[in-house]
Design a protein around this ligand. Structure first.
Ligand SMILES: Nc1ncnc2c1ncn2[C@@H]1O[C@H](COP(=O)(O)OP(=O)(O)OP(=O)(O)O)[C@@H](O)[C@H]1O
Length: 347
């Protein structure tokens, strides 16, 4: 397995979630779903081994919890090399990147999570490292300043971002592979729940795994946390395996609704519908009303609501779709086109 080099206090972006780390697949063949992405990576790994060249730099993008870090940590395992982990916000100046670059092993991986939040000055510092495995260090200041070049070991930079649009063009172009991660199907998530329940020595029926999967917002990280909660609930309240009624009761208690929406999802939709008459309204206004950061809305809440057509985005802002009204019980069945006052509700 890949050796994980740890530098600095921010070097492991996933410290906060030890459970996730324990459940993370170790090899490509253990990764569930994202088949096309996994197949392309498998080819890249085989080519890298055969040609004895480091893997080309790879950029993963997609909403949080879909497996960007998982892929990044699986690749060095496949290559039998080491990995160092850091994140864009931890790299405020070029000097913050230096220990990582000088600690590289030949062919090893440097993983930068939230790479879109790396300041431009650090981005520019990393360009020659990505292109020529070299960095330019400026010593001194003013008239006496001089630049020295330092050669680095050949390495692979893996970047992860929830906002590929915020990455500069030159940065994006320096990645050889761009892989977009999609939300998972219920069947794929049910498999992840079953596999992870087994890793946790927790017996679960296929029906219960399906129920957890259906209510996990298409996201493995959410499925893992729903599984952890249900496991605790089951251990406290019952004996034997997690069954479908137990899974239902556990998720109901956690205020995850029958569609899998959680408190924040519902607060978002309620605010959009009740306070802003269904929109259109801007994300900043919504964020201020709900008292959440607009980044949280844009990165964590909206991608799933958009994908499942609870909301849509118009040039003037977010708009609630009929499915949102139905989910919140604002309409019993299919929405009517006209509201009681004769105004158009859904056009
Ligand atoms: N394809 C997969 N197969 C099996 N388990 C997965 C897969 N993708 C993710 N997981 C599980 O979900 C957890 C969260 O995934 P991961 O941390 O890789 O997401 P992420 O996209 O990097 O999120 P973030 O950007 O927020 O860190 C993993 O620890 C793992 O248990």
């Amino acid at each position: 397995m890949a050796r994980e080099k740890v530098i600095g206090s921010n070097s492991n972006p996933d410290d906060s979630n030890k459970h996730d780390a324990a459940l993370r697949p170790k090899l490509l063949k253990e990764v569930i779903g994202q088949r096309k992405v996994a197949e392309r990576l498998e080819i890249a790994v085989r080519a890298s081994k055969k040609l004895n060249e480091p893997l080309g730099h790879i950029l993963f993008d997609g909403p949080p919890g879909l497996g960007k870090t998982t892929f990044a940590t699986v690749l060095p395992n496949e290559l039998g090399t080491s990995i160092q982990l850091t994140s864009g916000p931890a790299l405020s100046k070029p000097a913050d990147l230096l220990p990582f670059l000088t600690n590289l092993d030949e062919g090893s991986v440097l993983f930068i999570d939230e790479i879109h939040r790396m300041p431009r000055i650090v981005e520019e510092f990393i360009y020659p490292a990505m292109e020529d495995f070299r960095i330019d260090i400026v010593l001194g200041e003013g008239m006496s300043a001089r630049t020295i070049s330092m050669n680095l070991k050949r390495f692979t930079l893996i970047g992860a971002t929830t906002r590929s649009g915020m990455l500069s063009g030159p940065m994006r172009d320096r990645f050889k592979m761009h892989e977009h991660l999609e939300f998972y199907s219920v069947e794929e998530l049910a498999t992840i729940v079953r596999v992870n329940a087994a890793k946790l020595n927790t017996p679960i029926t296929p029906e219960a795994a399906h129920e957890l999967a259906r209510r996990s917002r298409g996201t493995p990280r959410v499925a893992n946390s729903r599984l952890h909660w249900t496991r605790n609930y089951s251990a406290a309240e019952h004996d034997g395996p997690i069954t479908e009624p137990i899974a239902r009761a556990a998720l109901d208690m956690a205020e995850v609704d029958r569609d899998g929406l959680d408190k924040n999802d519902r607060k978002y939709l309620e605010t959009l519908i009740d306070l802003y008459a269904g929109g259109p309204t801007g994300v900043e206004a919504l964020a201020a009303t709900i008292n959440l950061a607009s980044d949280t809305l844009a990165d964590e809440i909206e991608p799933y609501l958009l994908r499942e057509q609870y909301i849509t985005r118009s040039p003037r802002g977010r708009v609630a779709m009929p499915r949102a009204y139905i989910a919140l019980g604002k309409l019993a069945s299919k929405p009517k086109t006209e509201d009681k006052q004769g105004g158009s509700l859904f056009d």
